[in-house]
Design a binder for this molecule. Structure first.
Ligand SMILES: Nc1ncnc2c1ncn2[C@@H]1O[C@H](COP(=O)(O)OP(=O)(O)OP(=O)(O)O)[C@@H](O)[C@H]1O
Ligand SMILES: [Mg+2]
Length: 470
């Protein structure tokens, strides 16, 4: 006898025995879970296959939306759950099989979880549940959704498609993934990658979109316009450029001393581009830059912001030849096709660290803009921005002259301290005098000097990085 014949004979015998068992022993009907599944699928447990599609934990909300759309298109479906301990470990198909043998496992309540779908919005997702549905070709299928189970170190979410035909299950999986992409909750959001404190696994957090007026960004004449033209302007002509075979992908480097407004400018850009997906990478999240780039490509139009990129370049994991992480970033930038409406915005206060790497691998940054310390005119503008009415009747001239070399964030803090000074000296917070401002300035200058002495072992001038060619 052929081995396959032996196998089918064994299957047939087992089915016969099972059926006989149910027929003879009326007091022991097949477990409800098995009955539900096999009745819908029209075949025995032993003939079932399972196709699983797995996604990152932070895709769970999108997966749920894709699944919901899939079920909806097939007339909807009712979810049911599974009760019993130990079920979290096992694949749904095994749980179903388990319920045939063990009485503790059976039909139960659906498990739900709450996940973020926006900066202040959450949604319910199925974290353990099954639904009876059909494949795109009409074959019956059981669909399972499973969330991550952190305590067992499983940090993916999945959809399982159980049925008698593998091609049918595969087709359903593909359709769900397509719908998932159509209903992606990450699209048009501002996202940031991080690492969960407990398990160290990947997290994606939603951030609110800032709204900053151009008048609130104090930069030298033409700088903001240049930046905006490059990032926003090109996006506006995306279709025409693409049709003419021109590349859309762009790279912008903002460099300058700390506190001059690089991050501020990026935040302004985010506000200027509603509906554009933004992925912000900073700190430990930087290591996910490849994922971020892939996400941006998928959810374009998109911006990937890499903050303080010199920290990547100067990472201790530096090899002799250069920085693996910096090259990962470059590779990620290269990996996004030229026709993608994706902008990489890099910020740094140490342009010289990147200069060589960028020169060696050209084409990644097509616009480098210096965000300098403010000159006298800009310092006056910053005082007016952060002082507003508080400065009515005050001669700004000496203050402007006495703050050469200070950055924008300095002025913001100066005004805050002046208000505190006014309150301290028994005044009102809405009226500042020259004395309040001088006292605040003296205090800040003293603080700075002490800090400089402590940090640098003496008052050393801060060296500005060389300018990158535009
Ligand atoms: N050019 C500016 N115009 C108006 N406000 C500014 C400007 N630059 C900075 N500020 C204010 O100072 C704060 C800090 O500045 P910001 O974070 O943008 O500095 P940065 O250049 O990114 O510094 P770092 O290199 O340390 O990251 C901003 O949130 C903003 O309130
Ligand atoms: Mg910054």
């Amino acid at each position: 006898m052929e081995i396959s014949e032996a196998r089918s004979l064994a299957h047939a015998l087992r089915r016969l025995l099972q059926d006989a068992h149910t027929l003879i022993d009326e007091s022991q009907p097949p477990a409800e879970l098995v009955r539900r599944v096999t009745a819908h699928l029209g075949c025995g447990l032993e003939d079932l296959i399972c196709v699983t599609r797995s996604f990152k934990n932070w895709e769970h909300a999108s997966l749920q939306r894709g699944v919901d759309a899939y079920l909806e298109a097939r007339g909807g479906a009712e979810w049911f759950g599974v009760s019993g301990t130990g079920r979290e470990h096992a694949d749904s198909i095994d749980v179903i099989a388990m319920s045939a043998r063990a009485e503790m496992v059976g039909v139960g309540a659906v498990d739900y979880a709450t996940v973020s779908v926006g900066p202040e919005e959450t949604a319910e997702v199925v974290s353990f549940g099954l639904a009876l549905t059909h494949a795109p070709g009409g074959e019956p299928l059981v669909l399972g959704v499973r969330g991550a189970v952190e305590r067992f170190g499983r940090d993916d979410c999945r959809v399982e498609l159980i049925g008698a035909s593998r091609p049918a299950a595969t087709a359903a999986g593909q359709e769900i993934e397509r719908l998932m992409r159509d209903h992606d909750v990450l699209r048009g959001q501002i996202l940031t990658f991080g690492v969960s404190e407990h398990r160290g696994n990947q997290l994606v957090t939603f951030l609110p979109r800032p709204s900053i007026d151009p008048e609130q960004v104090i930069l030298p004449e033409g700088v903001l316009e240049t930046i905006e033209r490059h990032v926003v302007g090109i996006a506006r002509h995306a279709d025409v450029l693409r049709a003419r075979g021109q590349h859309l992908k762009r790279g912008l480097l903002l460099h300058g001393p700390p506190g001059t407004g690089k991050t501020h400018t990026v935040r302004y850009l985010m506000g200027r581009m509603p509906g554009v997906t933004v992925v912000v990478m900073a700190g430990t999240g930087l290591r996910f830059v490849s994922e971020a780039a892939a996400l941006a490509r998928r959810l374009q139009p998109a911006i990937v912001v890499v903050e303080d990129v010199d920290l990547v370049a100067r990472d201790r994991r530096f090899s002799e030849e250069g920085s693996p992480l910096l090259f990962t970033l470059f590779d990620a930038m290269d990996g996004v096709g030229a026709d993608a409406d994706v902008t990489f915005v890099l910020t740094t206060n140490r342009a010289e660290v990147l200069e060589q790497a960028l020169a060696d691998r050209p084409g990644r940054v097509d616009l480098a803009v210096e965000v300098p310390r403010p000159d006298a005119r800009l310092r006056a503008a910053l005082l007016r921005l952060y002082g507003g009415d508080l400065l009515a009747g005050i001669d700004l001239e000496p203050l402007v002259a006495g703050t050469d070399g200070m950055t924008a964030s300095f002025f913001k803090e100066l005004l805050r301290r002046a208000v505190l000074e006014a309150l301290r000296s028994g005044g009102r917070a809405e009226a500042l005098s020259q004395e309040h401002l001088s006292a605040a300035l003296a205090e800040m200058t003293r603080d700075r000097e002490e800090l400089t002495r402590a940090m640098l072992g003496g008052a050393q001038p801060v060296r500005k990085g060389p300018l990158l060619p535009e």
